[in-house]
Design a protein around this ligand. Structure first.
Ligand code: ADP
Length: 441
């Protein structure tokens, strides 16, 4: 009897494995669809579910930047304040201070007033603690780069309207408002003399820092709580008129690949297996029924557990899911589920990245919808700045992503494509952009 049950488990798993499979042909479809959607999104607002939001950034940092600049980084699990001291071409980044703290859960669903009050106060504390090393006179207005990683319709390089919240934030009264205004108002009320010189998305910050270090950087990808990317487009490719409309792709992609969701996808599969069999024992009073109880970092820890008896799996099940005494066979199955979910995510992410390369003619083929790029394009260096802990901290994810990039691009092209990890790029890059868009120069 127990054998039959185990067979059923294997059946469920196999079915899942098939559903999750990402053969090369499928990845190529994703690449094509991504490039097509990007093209459609550029052609008109609402032309694609893939939002192609303009950044209004027309020049990227190149190393000449000098001075002390601040940045705020809001966009996911953590909130960061940064101070960067730039010394120009020769000295580069002289100093960077970063303070990070988790965003209190209740603020994510509070009011604009409360959220921006919290941000302004945290920044004020940080600025006031800067001490004697400050070169700027106390009454000088400081320039701030504001990294705000939610969909924003920019109205200038330093202002923009929130389209909608994502990643668990839900504060109705911010939608439709200029977030720079919200922040500047909150800062002014708390007596903080600062001006937002650049309002950017995390990917744009990452691109800016990437470009500061390496001028061949043409795109940036963030794989963290959410997923997003940006790239440098030719101005004449941005048509934004009526016409071209597609309704495929785009939607749902982020939810298959981002840190916020992967743990929960794995939980759902494990739950299904648990319901089909008794290999995890009696789960009625366990927490496995709770959405999002299994976080992606825990899933990564189970996946990367290399102890012979899979102690980490045992621990997560006991501490987080409140399921004890699971046999080794079941622990192995859990690792397999984590592997399937992550492998699929990483491979789809790779296809999305290649889609961007396709769009700008750096995938060794012709650009989508455009003329053929020079045939030597495959020999040109292409650097993509990457940030986000899903990629940086989850080595299996990273490995699968790189493997799939090579698979899709082929060795020849792939050897000229470099994924460069950027640390705190989203924030530091915003400070860099604040310098180039500062009102004082
Ligand atoms: P942000 O929250 O701004 O997107 P992060 O780069 O800090 O930026 O990403 C946090 C997300 O990364 C978390 O939501 C989590 O899902 C994921 N994450 C963090 N640590 C790990 C890890 N060790 N393994 C896998 N995913 C992780």
């Amino acid at each position: 009897k127990s054998r039959r049950r185990w067979e059923r488990v294997v059946g469920v798993l196999r079915e899942f494995e098939e559903g999750c499979s990402t053969p090369l042909a499928r990845l190529r479809q994703v690449v094509d669809a991504m490039a097509v959607e990007m093209h459609a999104g550029l052609a008109s607002d609402g032309g694609s579910k893939l939002k192609m939001l303009l950044t209004f950034v027309d020049s990227l940092p190149d190393g000449d930047e000098k001075g002390i600049y601040y940045a705020l980084d809001l966009g996911g699990t953590n909130f960061r304040v940064l101070r960067v001291q730039l010394g120009g071409k020769v000295s580069g980044i002289l100093q960077r201070q970063v303070e990070s703290q988790p965003i209190p859960q209740e603020l994510m669903t509070s009011t604009s007033e409360e959220l921006f009050h919290f941000i302004a106060m945290t920044l004020k504390d940080f600025v006031e603690r800067e001490g004697n090393d400050s070169e700027s006179p106390p009454d000088k207005r400081r320039e701030l780069g504001f990294t705000f990683s939610f969909p924003v319709r920019q109205t200038s390089v330093s202002s923009g309207v929130l389209i909608k919240w994502t990643k668990g934030f839900a504060i109705d009264d911010t939608v439709g408002r200029d977030v720079t205004e919200c922040l500047e108002e909150a800062m002014m009320r708390r007596g903080l003399n600062m001006r937002v010189a650049a309002l950017v998305n995390d990917t744009v910050g990452t691109l800016a820092l990437g470009h500061y270090h390496d001028e061949d950087t043409v795109a940036a990808v963030v794989l963290g709580t959410g997923t997003n990317a940006c790239y440098v487009e030719r101005a004449d490719a941005i048509i934004k008129c009526q016409g071209l409309l597609t309704n495929s792709g785009g939607m749902g992609f982020e939810k298959m690949i981002s840190g916020m969701y992967l743990g929960d996808i794995a939980r759902r599969v494990i739950l299904r297996v648990a319901q089909e069999s008794d290999i995890f024992g009696d789960i009625t009073s366990s927490r496995i029924h709770e959405p999002f109880v299994l976080r992606t970092p825990m899933m990564a820890a189970m996946h990367e557990d290399d102890s012979p008896d899979l102690r980490e799996v045992e621990r997560v099940f006991r501490e987080t899911l409140q399921i004890t005494n699971i046999p080794l066979k079941a622990r192995r199955l859990v690792v397999r589920v984590c592997d399937m979910v992550t492998r699929r995510a990483a491979r789809l992410a790779a296809a999305g990245i290649v889609g961007i390369l396709r769009k700008i003619g750096r995938d060794g083929r012709a650009a989508a919808g455009g003329r053929r790029t020079e045939s030597s394009s495959s020999a040109r260096r292409t650097v993509i700045a990457i940030e986000g802990r899903l990629y940086v901290d989850y080595s299996m994810f990273q490995e699968y992503l790189k493997e799939a990039m090579v698979e899709i691009l082929g060795e020849d092209v792939a050897q000229n494509v470099f994924l460069r990890i950027s640390i705190d790029g989203s924030g530091v890059g915003a400070a860099l952009l604040a310098t180039s868009h500062s009102s004082s120069i």
